[in-house]
Design a protein around this ligand. Structure first.
Ligand code: MN
Length: 355
């Protein structure tokens, strides 16, 4: 495995862990498999070392992660506000996983910023803000779970890792890489996979529960979005899908249901980028994916004040769904320059219903 960690930083973190008596692990709002996997992974490991550890998250994690060991013990701010405040107040070490800015904690941001605890950031998003005392930031890494494994190994704690910790870390690697199909060029990741499997993890079960399984409504909503709501822009090699509140409600929308939809248009030959706009209660959620380094993070940032990775980004737009779509579509000519080299014809035709 390539040595990428700064040994002195890891040693300093090790000392912090040794002396800490009350540890809070936290992650970004609308937590995903990597956010929950990394925080719970650390929790299981640190508890083996006799530490008092709690995972505190800004809002509910999706149902698809319910199978993770320790899920029941997660403290959720929107459900137990006072308890979460107490945990932050009493913590002497806060480990922040899978986010780069305190604002990603949503309503929990204040608790982090006013806490006098030592803070450590473990993350793989670009441009981390310097809010933590120790920062492990590797945007090239597949997942915070991969980075966490590397830190644990460097701390000499692999032997302490139990199947619970390993399963949580593997879950984040699987969800962030879509079962090792994206962000997994480095050979190291397969060595880490092997080390985790050696702990007895059931990879097939994790893939099925965390990645594949969904409700009837979620599957039908995706089918509807693709068959009735997908707009393709052949001249720009792009696609946009918009869903309003009523459409989501019709399919009994639950948080996380539309997660994979944004990826689907990029499966079309010749499509370079895909935007998915969903009307939420107080804003429009924008998510974007691309291939071949087309910078959707730049578009999200410049158009809507969002951000993310080059090929996976998002934003929130405060205004109507129609305005959001219009701003986006009108911007396409501006970003066409980034399509350079994309000469392949886009595989598209107008599929009018047969009479
Ligand atoms: Mn992640």
């Amino acid at each position: 495995m390539d040595k990428i960690l700064d040994t002195r930083k890891v040693d300093k973190f090790g000392k912090l862990l040794e002396s800490a008596s009350s540890i809070v692990l936290t992650c970004h709002v609308r937590p995903d498999g990597d956010a929950i996997g990394s925080t719970l992974g650390w929790k299981h490991l640190l508890e083996r070392l006799g530490k008092s550890v709690t995972v505190v998250v800004p809002d509910n994690a999706p149902r698809s992660l319910l199978f993770l060991p320790g899920f029941d013990g997660i403290a959720v701010l929107t459900r137990h506000e006072e308890y979460c405040e107490k945990l932050f107040r009493e913590a002497d070490l806060i480990i922040c996983c899978d986010f780069n800015q305190p604002s990603r904690l949503d309503r929990m941001q204040g608790l982090l910023e006013t806490s006098s605890a030592t803070k450590v950031l473990i993350d793989h998003h670009v441009e981390p803000s310097p809010f933590a005392d120790i920062i492990f930031s590797f945007p090239d890494m597949s997942s915070t779970c991969e980075l966490s494994f590397r830190i644990m190994a460097e701390l000499g704690l692999y032997s302490e890792m139990n199947i619970e910790a390993a399963s949580c870390l593997l879950t984040g690697m699987i969800t962030d890489t879509k079962n090792f199909t994206v962000n997994c060029k480095s050979p190291d990741i397969y060595e880490i996979l092997q080390r985790l499997l050696e702990k007895g993890c059931d990879k097939n079960r994790i893939v099925r529960l965390a990645l594949l399984e969904k409700s009837y409504g979620a599957l039908m909503l995706e089918a509807y979005a693709l068959s009735s709501k997908m707009e393709v822009f052949p001249e720009f090699h792009g696609s946009v899908i918009c869903l309003d509140k009523w459409e989501c409600e019709r399919f009994h929308y639950e948080k996380g249901d539309t997660e994979g939809i944004v990826n689907r248009p990029t499966e079309i030959r010749g499509v370079t980028f895909s935007f998915f706009l969903r009307e939420d209660s107080d804003c429009v959620k924008v998510s974007a994916r691309s291939i071949m380094d087309f910078p959707v993070n730049l578009m999200c940032k410049e158009l809507f004040g969002g951000g993310g990775h080059v090929m996976a980004a998002g934003a929130e737009y405060h205004g109507s769904l129609q305005d959001c779509r219009r701003i986006l579509v009108e911007s396409f000519p501006k970003y066409a320059a980034f399509l350079k080299g994309r000469t392949e014809k886009l595989d598209y035709f107008d599929a009018k219903p047969v009479k």
